[in-house]
Design a binder for this molecule. Structure first.
Ligand code: FEO
Length: 408
């Protein structure tokens, strides 16, 4: 018996991936709970492997495969996506298994060549056609360009109604549980949201279109098997519905206040602003950057209606920690946010204007003029902070009402 075993997902599908318990950084996204690289076997004839794993995890994957079938019987590999967490071990796996066919999207062919420079023949699949896998099983492919790379695609095993969704509907969560229904709902929801916020948020318009296209294809998957985190074998429609909601980025009552501080003055300002937001009926999430990572901020913003950012001025600039978060958010393009900038300063005070500029680039609706206070805020200054919070809350309320009217 092997330490690493395959786990059955459906009649003809086994999970044969790898668990990365120690991963804490995924290209800038803090993965507090590690991740999994999911690969799947389809018990076709010959046997098909759907995706591989990150380099360094090949042995674990091959051990899981070998626990269920003879390695020599795996003769087809489907590569849904060329990013290294799924293809890093592909060249070595292909050398060992000598598959007769490697199936990829047109963009995948180019991407794999540009990664591995291997001159290997691969077979480009076309959307809409059924590909016979043998043993009475067949796959269809759905091209999902820019979800989240140009080459990304889904594979659908018709007989078991399993959708291999690659990065979509996944999460970075290392766990001994292979299925979402074995986890606490709060845990999978938190990690799925965090993943959406940090990977898919800028692609929300494409997500909305894809969900419409998937509905039109009438695949009706009973199981959604992503390449990270647990498999959705019960009510997979729940995660699809959540993606629809997250992509819409509708306004909410949550206000995220991000700040850093030098001598606690900007910190006091943030607290007073939070009081104003609360008084205006909003839910406040204070995110001092002494304790929050940029990807924590992104995750909080996913279901938020406001972003307020505060920084002292140091050497005529905003704090580097604040610049880091704003640069990260600029790439993730959260939408439909109200906001404001604030900060304490000694003599220059440039940070507040710099933050406002960045918030405008993020298309944040500035509900109040940026507030900068010299040195340590006095009672009058703190009252102005509270008033700023109330102003932002009032604009959030207007947006909530407008959204409610628009949705009947
Ligand atoms: Fe786009 Fe999980 O890689």
């Amino acid at each position: 018996m092997s330490a690493f075993e395959a786990i059955r997902v459906s009649e003809h599908v086994l999970w044969v991936g790898a668990i990365d318990w120690g991963l804490r950084d995924f290209h800038g996204y803090a993965t507090h709970r590690g991740t999994t690289y999911n690969a799947y076997l389809i018990l076709s004839d010959p046997i098909t492997l759907v995706d591989t794993v990150k380099a360094g995890f090949k042995s674990e994957m091959l051990a899981r495969i070998a626990s269920a079938v003879e390695l020599s019987k795996v003769k087809v590999i489907i590569s849904n996506h060329a990013e290294m967490d799924h293809s890093g071990s592909l060249p070595e796996v292909a050398r060992e298994l000598q598959p007769g066919r490697i199936l990829v999207s047109a963009q995948g062919k180019e991407a794999l060549e540009r990664h591995f420079h291997w001159g290997r023949e691969v077979e480009v699949v076309r959307e809409g056609e059924r590909y016979d896998l043998g043993a009475g099983l067949g796959a269809r492919f759905v091209e999902t360009p820019m979800l989240h790379w140009p080459d990304s695609m889904f594979t659908y095993l018709e007989e078991d109604a399993v959708l291999f969704s690659n990065d979509a509907f996944g999460m970075h969560l290392a766990s001994g549980a292979r299925f979402a229904d074995q986890l606490e709902p709060e845990l999978w929801r938190e990690e799925a949201a965090r993943y959406y916020a940090n990977i898919l948020l800028p692609l929300s318009p494409i997500v909305t279109k894809l969900l419409g296209r998937l509905a039109g294809l009438k695949l009706g998957p009973r199981i959604i098997a992503p390449d990270h985190g647990p498999v959705w074998r019960r009510h997979p429609e729940n995660i699809v519905r959540l993606y629809g909601e997250w992509a819409a980025q509708a306004p909410t009552r949550k206000a995220v206040v991000v700040h850093d501080t030098m001598w606690k003055s900007t910190d006091r300002m943030a607290a007073a602003i939070g009081e104003g937001l609360s008084a205006g009926g909003m839910l406040v999430r204070q995110m001092p950057l002494s304790g929050a990572h940029r990807s924590d901020v992104a995750a909080e913003l996913l279901e938020a209606g406001a972003l307020l950012v505060g920084s002292p001025t140091i050497n005529n600039q905003m704090f580097p920690t604040i610049a880091d978060v704003l640069t990260y958010l600029k790439g993730l393009r959260p939408r439909n946010l109200v906001g404001a900038a604030f900060g304490s300063y000694g003599w220059g005070g440039q940070a507040v204007g710099q933050i406002e500029e960045q918030l405008r680039e993020l298309k944040v609706d500035l509900a109040a003029e940026g507030l900068k206070l010299p040195y340590v805020p006095d009672e009058e200054g703190l009252a102005r902070c509270r008033a700023l919070g109330e102003q932002v809350a009032a604009r959030m309320s207007e947006r909530l009402e407008a959204n409610a009217r628009a949705n009947g």
